[in-house]
Ligand binder design. Structure first.
Ligand SMILES: C[S@@+](CC[C@H](N)C(=O)[O-])C[C@H]1O[C@@H](n2cnc3c(N)ncnc32)[C@H](O)[C@@H]1O
Length: 300
C-alpha cells in the first residue's frame, strides 16, 4: 500500500471494496479471530467454531507465503493487538480506574469471559455485536456458564442509533461503574472514515459520563502496511468481507490528531513491540502492522 505522508480527508483512494455491503458481511472474520484466540490458548476453546477452523486452515498456505515474503501475517498482529489491549485493560482495572467494560463488536473473543471470571462482581462487563453474532456469543457463553448479573451480551449495531442513543442506552445499564472502558477490536478498518469519526464521538459522549473513561482499540494506518504483499492481502480481505479495508490515516500522528480533535485526552497510538518485554506475542515479526489506541475521556 503506497502511503503518502499527507492528511486524508476522504479514504476513497485507500479503499478496496465492493459497494453497499451488508453490515453483517464482516461477521465471518469473528469466526477466524475466535479460532486464532483459542488455538493460542486465549480462552478455553469453547468460543472457537468449526467455521473459524476452516477459514484458518484455508488461509494457512497464503499466510506461510506471506511470512516468507516478509508480508503481513494475520495471526501475528491479531495476537499482538489482542494481548496489548488485554494488558492495558488489566492495568486500568488493577489501578482502580475502570470497573465497567463495554466491548463493541466482540465477536467470539474470549476477553469478556476471561475478565468476568478473573474479576467476578468487581467489574461489570457488557459485550455487544450485531444481532446474529450477539445471539451466537450469548449461546456460547451461556453453555460455559459465564453469563450473569456482571457479564452480559447485548445486540448493538455501532452504526445505528441517532446521536449514539443505542450506545448511550447500553452505557446507562452500567450505572454502578465509576470508570468505564469502551473497547472496539477488529472493527475500525472495516468502517469508512466518516463512520469511524461518528463512532469516536459517540464513544467519547458515553465515556464522559463516568469519572474515568478509557477507549481501547486497534487501528491499522497506511504507513505500517505499505508493502506489495500488504496491498494484496488488504485487497483480498477487503473483497472477502465486502466492505473493503479502509486505511483512514496515513501516519499515526494523523489518527492521534483526529482523536484529540474529537475530544479524547490523553491520546496514544502504541506499537505492540513497545510492550515486547511485558506482553507475550507483542514482538512477533508482523506485530507492528497494527497500532493500539489508548485514549482517555475527560468527564463532562
Ligand atoms: C474481525 S471481527 C472482530 C471480533 C472480535 N472483536 C475479535 O477481535 O475477535 C469483527 C466484528 O465486528 C462485528 N461488526 C461488524 N459491523 C458491526 C457493526 N456495525 N456494529 C457492531 N458490530 C459490528 C462483526 O459482527 C464481527 O463480530
Amino acid at each position: 500500500m503506497a502511503a503518502k505522508r499527507s492528511t486524508m480527508h476522504d479514504d476513497e483512494g485507500m479503499r478496496l471494496s465492493r459497494s453497499r455491503p451488508r453490515p453483517d458481511s464482516i461477521s465471518p472474520t469473528a469466526h477466524y479471530t475466535g479460532y486464532v484466540w483459542a488455538r493460542n490458548g486465549l480462552g478455553d476453546g469453547a468460543l472457537a467454531t468449526a467455521r473459524g477452523k476452516w477459514y484458518y486452515r484455508a488461509l494457512q498456505p497464503a499466510m506461510a507465503l506471506s511470512r516468507m515474503a516478509g508480508g503481513p501475517v494475520l495471526e501475528d498482529f491479531l495476537l499482538a493487538r489482542h494481548r496489548v489491549i488485554d494488558h492495558l485493560l488489566s492495568a486500568a482495572i488493577d489501578a482502580g480506574q475502570v470497573d465497567g467494560v463495554l466491548e463493541l463488536a466482540s465477536g467470539m473473543s474470549p476477553r469478556g469471559h476471561g475478565f468476568a471470571r478473573r474479576h467476578g462482581s468487581a467489574i461489570d462487563y457488557v459485550e455487544t455485536d450485531l444481532p446474529d453474532m450477539a445471539a451466537r456469543k450469548r449461546r456460547a457463553l451461556d453453555r460455559i456458564g459465564s453469563l450473569g448479573p456482571h457479564h452480559r451480551v447485548e445486540s448493538l449495531d455501532v452504526l445505528r442509533g441517532h446521536g449514539g442513543n443505542d450506545l448511550l442506552a447500553l452505557a446507562g445499564q452500567l450505572t454502578s461503574a465509576k470508570g468505564l472502558a469502551v473497547i472496539s477490536e477488529g472493527l475500525l478498518n472495516y468502517l469508512p472514515t466518516d463512520a469511524v469519526r461518528t463512532l469516536w464521538s459517540r464513544v467519547l459522549a458515553v465515556l464522559g459520563r463516568f469519572d474515568t473513561g478509557l477507549y481501547l482499540s486497534d487501528l491499522h494506518v497506511a504507513e505500517d502496511n505499505r508493502g506489495p504483499v500488504d496491498a494484496l492481502g488488504a485487497m483480498l480481505l477487503g473483497r472477502f468481507v465486502g466492505t473493503g479495508l479502509h486505511f483512514h490515516f496515513t501516519i499515526p500522528e494523523e489518527a492521534e490528531k483526529a482523536l484529540s480533535a474529537t475530544g479524547f485526552d490523553p491520546v496514544r497510538l502504541h506499537l505492540p513491540s513497545a510492550f515486547a518485554e511485558r506482553v507475550p506475542d507483542a514482538n512477533r515479526p508482523a506485530a507492528d502492522r497494527v497500532r493500539v489506541i489508548s485514549a482517555g475521556a475527560p468527564r463532562r
